[in-house]
Design a protein. Structure first.
Length: 269
């Protein structure tokens, strides 16, 4: 395991058959913990708008807002790579706008690579960033910024029915090859499914990583840190399998704090 992850090291893991793993995080403390655990990369996603700030979808997140998160996570990381999303807007406005946004994420935010959602729709942006020396984590498949085009609400993307179908595999393989040719450093295949996912992994030389709808058929996985630790109010009563239920632990702690304070007992910590 290298002392410091690089784009080249991430690509070599694919060639060696080693799975890469990343988490999506938006704050210094979670990033510190993920770094200590040994993740290969941390992705600062525009999903912060939904999962931390309570927005209905991630399209409301601005570049200035994502930069605050990117800077916080950068301070925590020494070994892991830092990826940061270009939020909705700059890429859709054109290549120059996308390049300006990416430069800010690298120069101000300290990102090692930037993630472009709906990258297959904007290969010219992938090429422009690559020419500028900015590694691109190209997201394609059923992505947060393209879901509405397919008539699928953001909230439904994690369902099995939202995964790529066998019929879509050929088109998705073609998109993956196009993104590789455009210079993408790695791919984020959202809702891949085992058929299309395996086909894309075989078709390209760069790492294919997935979150929603991914699985062991991919070169690597990325998971929301808050999902892995069960950090959201919804997890308190959820029966869904996750690695921990931090929300329930927090509820128990707050309940005990309230009880101690109201009973006149000394508060812990």
């Amino acid at each position: 395991m290298p002392e410091q992850m690089t784009i080249t090291a991430l690509q070599e893991m694919k060639r060696a058959g080693k799975k890469s793993i990343g988490v999506v995080a938006w704050d210094y403390q979670i990033a510190l913990i993920a770094e200590r655990a040994g993740v290969d990369f941390v992705s600062v996603g525009d999903s912060v708008g939904v999962n931390l700030w309570g927005h209905a979808n991630p399209l409301e997140v601005t570049l200035d807002e994502i930069l605050v998160c990117c800077k916080a996570v950068r301070r925590a990381l020494k070994r892991a790579l830092l990826s940061c999303d270009v939020p909705f807007g700059p890429v859709q406005e054109g290549v120059e706008s996308a390049l300006r946004a990416a430069v800010r994420l690298v120069k101000e935010g300290g990102a090692d690579m930037v993630k472009l959602d709906a990258a297959a729709e904007f290969p010219e942006a992938v090429r422009a960033l690559t020419r500028a020396g900015i590694p691109v984590f190209a997201q394609f498949g059923l992505t947060p910024q393209t879901a509405l085009k397919y008539g699928i609400p953001y909230s439904a993307q994690a369902s099995a029915g939202a995964q790529a179908s066998a019929e879509a595999a050929a088109k998705l393989v073609a998109e993956a090859k196009m993104l590789e040719e455009a210079g993408a450093a790695c791919l984020d295949f959202t809702n891949s499914g085992p058929v299309a996912g395996a086909a894309v992994v075989k078709a390209v030389a760069i790492p294919v990583i997935g979150g929603f709808g991914g699985g062991p058929w991919l070169d690597g996985r990325v998971r929301l840190a808050h999902t892995a630790i069960g950090y959201a109010e919804k997890w308190i009563d959820s029966k869904t399998d996750t690695y921990h239920n931090t929300a329930k632990a927090a509820l128990d702690a707050f309940t005990a704090l309230i009880a101690d304070a109201r009973a006149g007992r000394q508060i812990k910590g």
